[in-house]
Design a protein around this ligand. Structure first.
Ligand code: BGC
Length: 738
């Protein structure tokens, strides 16, 4: 009897518990690591309730409060089924605690995606992106992104809101610091390098993070350089200037995109169907997701296209926005909008699919937790710091060097080091350096001390503050200058003067800094200006006073050593500007690839009060050696549309120092249906040359890529006719036949 009862119990266990559990397990495709991603998504989607789907489309923030006593509270208030978090913390344990809730307490165990702004490094802060572009070394920039990804991933971040590939045409706009400058091709090249660095070849590898292209699109066109304003941009400019870097980075596999704050000729990017759906998702076949910028969904109300949150949710989701950053507007309104049949469930499913796709690609379902690694093995590895030094070195630009003021003559015995930037650390980090630590920055002064050791006496005086009217420190600065052989004057901008919400009506340095230089000029000593800033500066008054100028941008944690090396001559500067320095603020916009004037002769249309040219064009930068360009040659003077043309130029280092030269190749199409810019950068290459060494630089012109252009619908076409290829001061003509 007892045995029968036991068998019966066993039977029920098998039928009602084991078999269903077994069958259920085998059916859970989304949990199977080896199943194809698209099948896993389909399976998971079919199991999700509408509420669970809507939660995936929302991003919360966590960690603004770093007080340990509050962490528990904040963590508890995060719904376990939320789609994503902006993660301010650097603590992987904390991340894992939050993730554990999502994995174990949400019904389906969907991992949370942790995002953060890793713009130019995590704990090792690299030079700002604008500076990075001045290195013209995409490999170096890619490596920096790779290292930044590793530090981020080990801190609990899976997704960085970077690169920013907005074209920076107006330096009054503080966000030019975050871009790769004024040129679409340069932004495309460095954007792709950064995406490749962050994502690696496999997004699910332990040190990869997902990239986010931002801010889509034409944000850099903000009127008057004021942030968050409307961009009145023509269709032609959109297609020819603002969209190309995005297209290139989408083709390179960027995982996500962030829509911009601005409205684009009347339709805010957050609710712009043409941009988000027709171009990005349909024309370019992008299969990742689009996240809004911070509160940008609710801002549709301020922008005058939605009367309330509900309408903002409706307009943005139907335009093609997939994730609402920070606003909760999707969470609060989408269910009602679906109920009212204003938003079809298919649109929700599409957005969820895109978000899940990124999560699957990142491997979050299979490895949701961050590996816990000791802090000392996580951050500030020696090779990262060396890379930061190298990148800072290559991004510094020698702007002036009258009668070889630099390198400092040897033996120099006594140098004055003056200026608010000389011992500053915090501002060297630049904007968007949240996890960077001031105490880990090497200042200019420290770099000089290390470089010159006991052989040179450094006389320091601050001279003045960054801003204000207090001239009381001038006298001391003048005094030490009088007793020194040369004066290194370290000027610049606070890090809060560039980046987001940091527009300036003038791009010159505050008067107090200019006055300090005028006072020091009176000593008759050689003046070496060191500039640390997040945008091009107006140098019309400072340039004539200086004997030498080195632009170091905001170099991050490791700028002191490379700058000191440039000043001593241990390093030969090789940076070239990736953005034009206007002569004065009133000259803005000023960029190298303008369209031709209708009256280019006899100085017609020029300014009456200032030179018509900027102070320094894109591509400008000096070296301690000389490069001689041989005669450039074409492989043919006539090619058909499907042929390629090779242009070559030999460059010789004729000086007595090793150096690196960047050769820039431009194209000009003098007669075309739509007028083309006076020149367009199509290729660049940087090579190291020993004294006396000659190297050949080659540009292979592919007509479909390099000579074609887009019309205002984005349709690309190629016209037969004459073209010019330009290198250095040479202009070579060739013909394109049908
Ligand atoms: C900025 C974005 C940034 C986001 C999240 C916004 O205010 O415009 O660039 O990624 O905040 O921090």
């Amino acid at each position: 009897m007892k045995t029968m009862k036991r068998n019966l119990i066993l039977f029920f266990i098998v039928v009602f518990a084991v078999i269903p559990a077994y069958t259920q397990k085998s059916n859970i495709i989304y949990k199977q690591k080896d199943a194809p991603v698209e099948e896993r998504i389909k399976d998971l989607l079919s199991r999700m309730t509408l509420e669970e789907k809507i939660y995936q489309l929302n991003q919360y923030t966590i960690g603004e409060n770093t007080n340990v006593n509050n962490i528990g509270e904040v963590t508890k208030s995060i719904p376990s089924k939320i789609g994503s978090l902006i993660y301010f913390s650097a603590d992987p344990v904390r991340r894992n605690t939050i993730q554990k809730k999502a994995m174990e307490e949400s019904r389906l165990g969907i991992p949370i995606l942790f995002g953060f702004d890793i713009i130019h490094g995590f704990r090792v802060v690299y030079p700002i992106p604008l500076a990075q572009a001045c290195s013209w070394n995409p490999e170096l920039v890619k490596s920096a992104a790779e290292f930044a990804a590793k530090e981020s991933k080990l801190s609990g971040v899976d997704w960085t809101f970077s690169p920013m590939i907005d074209i920076g045409l107006d330096p009054r706009w503080g966000r030019v610091a975050e871009s790769y400058g004024e040129d679409p091709y340069t932004n495309a090249v460095f954007g792709v390098a950064t995406v490749e660095g962050y994502q690696g070849t496999d997004l699910s590898s332990p040190y990869s993070v997902a990239a986010c292209l931002k801010h889509y699109v034409a944000y850099g066109m903000s009127e008057g350089g004021r942030d968050y304003r409307a961009s009145n941009v023509s269709q032609q400019s959109l297609w020819e200037t603002y969209l190309p870097p995005y297209q290139a980075c989408i083709e390179a596999g960027a995982a996500t995109v962030m829509s911009s704050f601005n409205d684009i000729s009347g339709i805010p990017a957050t609710a712009n169907h043409y941009m988000l759906t027709e171009i990005l998702k349909q024309k370019w076949q992008y299969d990742g997701f689009v996240v809004s910028d911070w509160n940008a969904v609710s801002q549709l109300i301020h922008q005058g296209v939605a009367k309330d949150g509900k309408e903002a949710a409706l307009k943005s989701i139907m335009a093609g926005l997939d994730m609402d950053m920070k606003d909760n507007i999707f969470l609060e309104n989408l269910a009602d909008l679906i109920e009212e049949k204003k938003v079809p469930v298919e649109r929700i499913d599409d957005a969820v699919t895109r978000i899940l796709r990124v999560k699957f690609r990142l491997g979050l379902f299979d490895n949701p937790y961050t590996n816990i690694v000791d802090e000392k093995d996580r951050y500030l590895k020696n090779e990262d710091i060396l890379l930061a030094q190298k990148l800072a070195e290559e991004s510094m630009v020698l702007l002036k060097n009258k009668e070889n003021t630099l390198p400092l003559p040897s033996p120099v015995k006594e140098i004055a080091v003056v200026g608010p930037m000389a011992k500053d650390k915090s501002n060297m980090l630049g904007s968007w350096s949240y996890h960077g630590k001031e105490e880990e920055v090497e200042s200019i002064y420290e770099g000089l001390e290390k470089e010159f050791g006991k052989n040179v006496r450094l006389n320091y005086a601050k001279g003045c503050d960054f801003d204000g009217t207090d001239e009381s420190l001038f006298a001391e600065a003048v005094h030490i200058a009088q007793h020194s052989e040369a004066v290194i004057i370290c000027l610049g901008e606070l890090k809060t003067w560039s980046g987001e919400n940091a527009s300036r009506s003038t791009i010159s340095l505050p008067v107090i800094q200019e006055k300090l230089v005028s006072e020091l000029k009176k000593t008759g000593k050689p003046l070496i200006l060191i500039l640390s800033n997040g945008r091009p500066l107006e140098l019309a008054r400072l340039e004539p006073l200086a004997d030498a100028i080195v632009e170091i941008w905001q170099p991050g944690i490791a700028g002191g050593t490379p700058l000191a090396g440039i000043l001593s001559g241990r390093i030969n500067p090789s940076g070239r500007l990736a953005i034009t320095f206007p002569y004065t603020t009133g000259q803005i916009p000023m960029y190298y690839n303008m369209r031709p004037s209708s009256r280019p002769f006899r100085e017609m249309g020029n300014y009456q009060d200032i030179p018509n040219d900027p102070l320094y064009w894109l591509g400008y930068g000096l070296s301690y050696t000389d490069y001689e360009y041989g005669k450039a040659t074409l492989s043919s003077e006539k090619i058909s549309k499907d042929q390629k043309l090779k242009v070559e130029v030999a460059v010789t280092n004729t000086g007595d120092r090793k150096g690196s030269e960047t050769v820039f190749w431009y194209i000009n199409d003098p007669v075309s249906t739509i007028s083309r810019p006076v020149k367009e950068l199509k290729h660049f290459e940087k090579k190291e040359l020993n004294p006396g060494e000659k190297k050949v630089f080659v540009f292979e012109i592919d007509p479909h890529k390099d000579l074609s252009y887009v019309d205002s619908n984005g349709d690309r076409f190629l016209e037969a006719g004459d073209y010019y290829v330009m290198v250095n001061d040479q202009k070579l003509k060739f013909e394109l036949t049908e």
